[in-house]
Design a protein around this ligand. Structure first.
Ligand code: ADP
Ligand code: MG
Length: 235
């Protein structure tokens, strides 16, 4: 089977999401179509309120589209009457939120947070987990961090990179990242680019939202622009 015959890691066919608010209905995601294949990085940009975060939640299977079809590989993500999305395997999608504290337990040392996804299928032991955490910290140019530090003891940019490492360590097929460089310095943004690019080169599909169009153009293979209240497509 050649690469083009392989089904996309995620594809959306005219997906729409509506919310009912006290001021009436709004439709932040209106008939969006896209497809992201193995190793591809799709960037999404658009003004505040254009539905970027809503679209990411839909693509990650965290919310169900009101209409249209979402697929992981060639299977519907939302079978009829299903209350949760159906993934091809556990850990298929890893989301990275704008606020890294959402994925970091403040009470846990960094090494434990990083390696927690690895313990889902049995525990390789504390020493092995700490060694793995070290290797991953080195890769993210965070080798100088104390793996026993708690999230509150490291900087915001370091927390953001730890959250990304935690997602990568699970070897997901798809990463969706919401503004991973927001409020970060240039060094952190460069380190995030390097980690995302390396992950894509080893086959991970990546969808990343950013306000920073220069940064986005530097890493994404395609960029989908969103506007407030118009249909969009890409891929
Ligand atoms: P962006 O990430 O591009 O800033 P969002 O996807 O967060 O945009 O939001 C798009 C629009 O949808 C905004 O007007 C926002 O207030 C609205 N919205 C997002 N989530 C909800 C929700 N759960 N309920 C009602 N409205 C929402
Ligand atoms: Mg947002």
């Amino acid at each position: 089977m050649n690469a083009t015959a392989e089904p996309a890691v995620v594809s959306a066919d005219s997906i729409t999401r509506r919310y009912r608010t006290t001021h009436g209905d709004i439709t932040p995601v209106h008939e969006v179509s896209l497809a992201v294949r193995r190793g591809e990085i799709l960037g999404i940009r658009g003004p505040s309120g254009s539905g970027k975060s809503t679209l990411l939640r839909l693509l990650a299977g965290m919310e169900r589209p009101d209409s249209g079809q979402l697929r992981y590989r060639d299977r519907a993500a939302w079978p009829a009457r299903s209350r949760t999305a159906r993934y091809p395997r556990a850990g298929y999608v890893m989301p990275i939120f704008q606020d890294p504290s959402a994925s970091l337990d403040p009470r846990w040392p960094i090494w434990r947070t990083l390696t927690e996804p690895l313990t889902a299928s049995g525990n390789p032991g504390r020493a092995a987990l700490r060694a793995t955490a070290r290797q991953w910290l080195d890769r993210a140019r965070l080798g100088h961090l104390d793996p026993t530090a708690r999230p509150g003891q490291i900087s915001g940019g370091q927390r953001q990179r730890v959250a990304l490492l935690r997602a990568l360590i699970a070897e997901p097929a798809l990463i969706v990242a919401d503004e991973p460089t927001a409020r970060q310095d240039v060094i952190t943004a460069a380190a995030m680019s390097e980690l995302l690019t390396n992950a894509s080169q080893s086959g991970t599909a990546i969808i990343v939202v950013s306000h920073d169009t220069t940064w986005l153009r530097g890493i994404a293979h395609h960029v989908l622009p969103l506007w407030i209240g118009s249909p969009n497509s890409a891929g």
